[in-house]
Design a protein around this ligand. Structure first.
Ligand code: AMP
Length: 128
């Protein structure tokens, strides 16, 4: 069965898309820790990020970097944190989280509640 992220990539489940190319897809995390919290996923369905082959992994971090640069320009933050957990969705992904302090990457914290309009505005502002 396809992962929720594959369904998003195929357009079967909606997402707030930020960027896409032939190998990767990026969209806003639906439970954001901070405004602009983005997930970067390979279109290839692989659970564990370190099971990706070297070329796919290299390309993924370079793709993530382009998005991080755009986030830095558009969202007030000290830097963009890069986090890999993968405990919930078995489809490799990188969290890009604009942060101002360590507290911003505490996954136990209450997530932001954003409206569809807010998600849309944020996605459009950081879209490549
Ligand atoms: P983890 O696998 O532990 O890295 O967490 C998976 C992340 O995916 C969580 O931060 C979820 O909020 C996020 N997530 C799960 N389903 C969706 C979805 N349909 N759209 C956007 N983000 C999602």
């Amino acid at each position: 069965m396809s992962t929720v992220f594959t369904k998003i990539i195929r357009g079967e489940i909606p997402s707030y898309k930020v960027a896409e190319d032939d190998r990767y897809y990026a969209f806003l995390d639906i439970n954001p820790l901070t405004e602009g919290h983005t997930l970067v996923v390979p279109k290839q369905e692989t659970d564990y990020i370190f099971d990706l082959d070297d070329r796919m992994l290299e390309g993924m971090i370079v793709f993530a970097k382009r998005i991080a640069r755009k986030i830095e320009q558009k969202i007030a933050c000290k830097r963009v944190a890069v986090v890999v957990l993968g405990l919930e969705v078995p489809h490799a992904h990188i969290h890009l989280i604009p942060i101002n302090s360590e507290k911003d990457v505490d996954f136990h914290r209450e997530k932001l509640k954003l409206s569809a309009e807010e998600f849309t505005r944020i996605a459009e502002s950081i879209m490549l």
